[in-house]
Design a binder for this molecule. Structure first.
Ligand SMILES: Cc1cc2nc3c(=O)[nH]c(=O)nc-3n(C[C@H](O)[C@H](O)[C@H](O)COP(=O)(O)O)c2cc1C
Length: 179
C-alpha cells in the first residue's frame, strides 16, 4: 500500500517534515509512506492557470502523487490561525481535478493541542469541501514545536513517540482496508 505524506511547511528545518519522515520509518509491513517534496515549486493557483493543458509540471506531479496514493498523511503548521498559503495554494490546484475525492486522509501533528487546533479545523473544512474521506480517530501528535532539527530528531527517536506514530499509521491503514 502506498501512502503519501503532505507537509504544509516549506521551512528547510520543518518539524512537520521531520515528523512525516519519522512516520515513514514506522509504517506497518507492506506499506510505504513517501513524502511529497514538490510543494515549493507549485505556481500560484488561478482558475485561468488551471485551464492550461498540460498542467504545469509541479502541479501534474502533485496530482499524480495524490492519485497514486491509497491514503494521505498531512502534517501542517498553523499560520495566523489558518492554513499556510503555500499549502492551501497546492490544495486549490486539486479541487477541480478531483484527485481528493473519497481519498482516505489523516493528520499527524508536530505540536500538542491546543496549539494547531485551528489549522486542523480549517483543514477539516477545506478537505471536506474537496470530498476527501477524513479519518480522524488516529491522529498522533508529537511535541516538536520550536525544536531545532537535532532536538526534533532526538524526540522523534524516543520510544513513546515512535509508538504514537506506529499506532496512528496502523489505525489509518486499518481504516483504509476496511473499505
Ligand atoms: C507566520 C506564522 C504564523 C504562525 N501562526 C501561528 C498560529 O496562529 N498558531 C500557532 O499555534 N502557531 C503559529 N505559528 C507557529 C507555527 O505553527 C510553528 O512554528 C510550527 O511548528 C512550524 O512548523 P514547521 O516547523 O513545520 O515549519 C506561526 C508561525 C509562523 C511562521
Amino acid at each position: 500500500m502506498k501512502l503519501l505524506g503532505l507537509c504544509g511547511s516549506l521551512r528547510a528545518a520543518s518539524t512537520n517534515h521531520a515528523l512525516l519522515q519519522a512516520a515513514a520509518r514506522e509504517v506497518p509491513a507492506g506499506v510505504q509512506l513517501q513524502v511529497f517534496e514538490g510543494l515549493g515549486a507549485i505556481p500560484l493557483f488561478s482558475p485561468d492557470a488551471d485551464e492550461a493543458v498540460p498542467a504545469p509540471a509541479p502541479v501534474a506531479a502533485l496530482r499524480r502523487a495524490v492519485a497514486e496514493a491509497e491514503g494521505l498523511v498531512i502534517a501542517c503548521p498553523e499560520y495566523a490561525h489558518g492554513i499556510p498559503g503555500a499549502f492551501k495554494n497546492a490544495l486549490d490546484w486539486i479541487v477541480g481535478s478531483n484527485e481528493m475525492t473519497d481519498k482516505p486522509t489523516t493528520f499527524l501533528a508536530a505540536s500538542v493541542p491546543p496549539r494547531g487546533l485551528l489549522v486542523r479545523e480549517a483543514l477539516i473544512e477545506v478537505l471536506g469541501a474537496m470530498s476527501a474521506r477524513l479519518v480522524l480517530d488516529c491522529c498522533g501528535a508529537v511535541p516538536l514545536m520550536g525544536k531545532r532539527p537535532e532536538e526534533a530528531a532526538r524526540i522523534l527517536a524516543e520510544a513513546v513517540h515512535r509508538q504514537t506514530l506506529r499506532a496512528s499509521l496502523e489505525a489509518f491503514v486499518g481504516a483504509i482496508r476496511v473499505r
